[in-house]
Write a new protein. Structure first.
Length: 309
């Protein structure tokens, strides 16, 4: 698969401070989660991609455009949703989205039509006719998202898109992002501190720490444990089940909060689980292959890189 974003040995210094340190990275289509503690270099990386800061050394490209030399073309093909508010006081929501569309050289009438269409998609109903300074945090998030996608860019860079949203609206926002990536072919770079958001919709993960790439891989590969195992939750006397499994020569560990973990290939262990459950007279509530949690992956990456917050 051809990389949509490719960076080669990118370094960015601010005086004596090195914000990005020899970053080499490939980002393909789909949704990529960009993670890292505060000060890791995420914001600087986004600014480099958008051509807002010049790199100290290295080179790269976004789509077929060269970073640092074709910044205007890059920004025309990227939808950027910043973390902070970006609106003009006194303008209504629909005016703000229409204005951004016109900045992308879309004629006024078409820009207004698109603004209404996108605001429908983003869930802003009659609120679109109110001035933006009266909006709640959640409404402003929807507005920023609408501004990022109104010109139909092939690449989206979303900075904390679910921050400040209640649980229901957060899930709706994630569904919108998933829809744009899966059904409309957008490449999405999702920068967030909310790990469950990345785990739920991302295809790949990039973790920065102290300006360096500590992790860059698909979420499937990262979630696969080094030692295969099977997590089992039971209904009934767990002790009898453990004895029955150990009698079959299978290594088993117990979870503090309940449930057990059997060491080995999940497909090969399933028959043993059912037979042991029958012998122990217990029910099997669930059987799932063990996975590394994104929180564990993140903490290991940050500790390994020696990053500080």
């Amino acid at each position: 698969m051809t990389a949509l974003i490719e960076l080669v040995e990118i370094t960015k210094d601010y005086g004596r401070f090195r914000a990005l340190d020899n970053v080499s990275l490939k980002i393909e289509s789909g949704i990529t989660g960009l993670l890292g503690p505060n000060g890791a270099g995420k914001t600087t990386l986004i600014k480099v991609l958008l051509g807002l800061v010049r790199t100290t050394s290295g080179h790269g490209r976004l789509l077929n455009f060269e970073l640092g030399r074709q910044s205007r073309e890059i920004r025309a093909n990227v939808g950027y949703m910043p973390e902070d508010d970006c609106y003009l006081h006194g303008m209504t929501g629909v005016d703000c989205v229409q204005f951004v569309a016109q900045l992308s050289q879309i004629p006024a009438t078409e820009a207004l039509r698109r603004a209404h269409e996108i605001l429908d998609f983003c869930g802003l109903a009659q609120e679109r006719y109110r001035t933006v300074e009266t909006y709640s945090t959640g409404m402003r998030q929807k507005l920023r998202f609408a501004q990022a996608i109104v010109h139909d860019p092939p690449v989206l860079i979303l900075d904390e898109p679910t921050s400040g949203l209640d649980p229901e609206e957060r899930q709706v926002m994630l569904n919108r992002i998933r829809l744009l990536a899966r059904d409309h072919g957008k490449a999405v770079l999702l920068c967030t501190h909310i790990l469950p958001d990345v785990q739920s919709i991302s295809d790949s993960v990039v973790i920065l720490a102290r300006g360096k790439v500590q992790v860059s891989d698909s979420l499937v590969e990262l979630s696969r444990p080094a030692t295969p195992s099977l997590e089992v939750r039971l209904l009934g006397n767990e002790d009898r089940f453990v004895d029955a499994i150990r009698g079959r020569g299978i290594k088993i560990d117990r979870r503090p909060g309940g449930g057990v973990v059997l060491m080995g290939l999940p497909d090969q262990l399933a028959a043993d689980v059912w037979q042991a459950a029958q012998i122990a007279n217990v029910g099997v509530r669930s059987m799932t292959p063990s996975q590394n949690s994104l929180e564990e992956i993140f903490l290991n990456a940050v500790r390994g890189g020696g990053a500080s917050d």
